[in-house]
Ligand binder design. Structure first.
Ligand SMILES: [Fe+2]
Length: 195
């Protein structure tokens, strides 16, 4: 892990690196709460924003060269582009970490998706609530999640549901494009009645 940390620190700004370390720490904590082996989850945390500071052109070219399919939504919703290009970069530059669980967890960390797996949910949550996040919504979600862990899986679902609600509100308020996977993630939790 030390080598991976050193390598990613050279690929991003200090601000992004500190966020990344904080997401990894949050994932470590969550893995303990959920009683899972957090190795792959923490690896996903270290790599999740690895392409976020590359230009749109660089990311597009990276995806093309690695055969990573870019759909129209990635272009319409540029904030999500790094979740397409990060798996491409992991396969190219960190093949030792290109486990299917890592790739899928990184791939959906920005938009969410329908029927997310536990590690996918945990990275999604950690990215939102890690302590260096100062937005009001992030603080509220952090408090909401940690205020009642009597049934952690249920709490996880309701916290993700709330975060998706905030994201959808925000995108609607700004009149921005909504990635269909975010709507699917929201609907899949709505269907099982998480609140
Ligand atoms: Fe992130």
């Amino acid at each position: 892990m030390h080598k991976l940390k050193e390598s990613i620190s050279k690929r991003m700004s200090e601000y992004r690196y500190l966020h990344t370390l904080s997401v990894a720490r949050e994932c470590e904590r969550l893995a303990e709460i959920f009683g899972i082996d957090g190795k792959l989850l923490i690896t996903s945390a270290y790599l999740h924003d690895i392409t976020k500071e590359m230009t749109v052109d660089e990311q597009t070219e990276l995806c093309r060269s690695m055969g990573e399919k870019l759909d129209e939504y990635a272009i319409l919703s540029p904030k999500t582009l790094h979740s397409y290009s990060a798996p491409a970069l992991i396969k190219r530059d960190y093949p030792e970490f290109a486990d299917p669980e890592v790739l899928s967890t990184v791939r959906c960390h920005t938009t969410g998706k329908e029927n997310m797996t536990l590690p996918e949910k945990l990275l999604y949550l950690a990215d939102y609530i890690e302590p260096t996040r100062r937005f009001e919504e992030c603080k509220k979600l952090r408090e909401f999640f940690y205020s009642d862990l009597s049934d952690p899986r249920k709490r996880l679902d309701s916290t993700i549901f709330l975060s998706l609600k905030y994201t959808l509100y925000d995108l609607l308020a700004k009149g921005e494009f909504i990635h269909p996977e975010t709507v699917k993630a929201y609907n899949s939790l709505c269907k099982i009645g998480v609140l």
